[in-house]
Design a protein around this ligand. Structure first.
Ligand SMILES: [Zn+2]
Length: 164
């Protein structure tokens, strides 16, 4: 018989893995019509940190490189876009959309290329964007991963964490 038995080890080994740092970042524009400060079109630079939790399969939860690549794929789609709730957006054909809202200073109407817009289902607060990223990430993870947590900053010293 080979191997040494090690007592006190549970059968399912759960581990957490974390990726983050300056390389995982994106820039975006948004507006929040009901906010006294963010009710104007403006932008943010955002850093993302991800923690995943799951069972160890063949000595790993997931390869760091694979996790990083998946996170980058998700945020690259949002990079340098206007992240906006679909309720403010109208398709006008010809590859363009019209974005309409009432915010600080009055009425806004913008005719912009569809390719410059990233639609989400809720207002683009840092809480909702981080939840959107967490949702997408969870769907793309292997089955041994049960929990994902996405921490996303909105400028300096401000961040939100969504755990799913
Ligand atoms: Zn903002």
């Amino acid at each position: 018989m080979y191997g040494i038995s090690i007592s006190g080890q549970p059968n399912a080994r759960l581990k957490k893995l974390e990726v983050g740092g300056p390389a995982i970042n994106f820039d975006y524009a948004h507006f929040l019509p009901n906010s006294p400060k963010c009710g104007v079109l403006h932008g943010h630079s955002s850093m993302v940190k991800v923690v995943v939790e799951g069972e160890v399969v063949e000595d790993m939860v997931i390869e760091f490189g694979e996790l990083k690549k998946t996170v980058k794929k998700i945020i690259d789609e949002m990079d340098h876009k206007l992240i906006v709730c679909s309720k403010y957006v109208m398709d006008v054909g010809g590859g363009a959309v019209k974005v309409v809202f009432d915010g600080i200073g009055g009425h806004y109407e913008m005719l912009i290329p569809r390719s410059s817009v990233y639609l989400i289902e809720q207002d683009s607060t840092v809480e909702n964007i981080s939840e959107h990223i967490a949702n997408r990430l969870k769907q793309m993870m292997p089955r041994n991963i049960h929990k994902v947590s996405v921490r996303m900053s909105e400028g300096f010293g401000k961040s939100a964490t969504s755990t799913l």
